[in-house]
Design a protein around this ligand. Sequence first.
Ligand code: NAP
Length: 258
Amino acid sequence: MRISIVTGASSGLGREFAKQVAAAGGIDQLWVVARRAERLEALKAELEVSHAGLIVRPVALDLTSQPEIDKLAEMLAAENPQVDVLVNASGFGKYGTYRDLTTEEITQMIDLNCKSVVLLTYAVLPFMAAKSRVLNMGSASAFQPLPEFNMYASTKSFVVHFSRALNVELKSRGISVTCVCPGFVRTEFFDVARDTANPDTCQNFTPMYEPEDVVRKALADSLRGKDLSVLGLNTKLKRMAGKLLPAKMVMATWMKIK
Ligand SMILES: NC(=O)c1ccc[n+]([C@@H]2O[C@H](COP(=O)([O-])OP(=O)(O)OC[C@H]3O[C@@H](n4cnc5c(N)ncnc54)[C@H](OP(=O)(O)O)[C@@H]3O)[C@@H](O)[C@H]2O)c1
């Protein structure tokens, strides 16, 4: 049995990945992961109607919990599928300074954005073969340190480095890892990010990209074996600035435009 797995499939980019991975075909089952079971069930109903023969399997899990990640690993061991595509799209950010974020917000952000990406990827890798692909959601926020969005940007920096290095480690197995690093994308991300003690540390969200475009490019870049997927001139310029300019200068600009 050939399957693909998409986390964060109840909303935004993960949901769009699930739709485009289903549309690409070639798999028997699509496992969709997030906490909100009712949204996953709705996605299953939608995709099974539009893609005859595809079985969509909702897996309602909290990926900040190690025992819940273990449950997914147990499902894989029980079914022994070949996993063609793994998309790690579950993730969230919270605006605020070091004074504003609670210990729970900080630990959950690190647990979901970093720890779960590593543990889930490592749990899935034994079930992958040559030409299998991993896509991890990074962010343009990873390209430079971001005061007042520091914790989120730092977690995404981790994801970029983890993904690119793992891509090299997996070359001999023919498996690619692509880190997807968009700028602002129209999803529920901002509702979650602003639900914090200090939601106004960032207020400029232009330009805003569409999930369909980000995901289309990400899947195409992953097929080409690229380790980074960056959509749009504005985001490419951010990446270049992060690489070429002194961090102090980039952070000073960010503090003016954010
Ligand atoms: N939107 C942007 O501007 C933007 C830009 C760059 C990168 N990203 C990244 O893209 C990814 C997707 O974000 P999005 O924009 O699509 O935001 P979103 O619409 O808020 O989706 C976030 C997804 O993460 C899932 N999630 C949250 N907590 C979870 C948990 N504890 N366990 C399992 N799943 C959990 C949510 O599902 P449940 O709540 O149902 O669990 C939801 O499906 C994230 O990694 C984000 O950091 C977003």
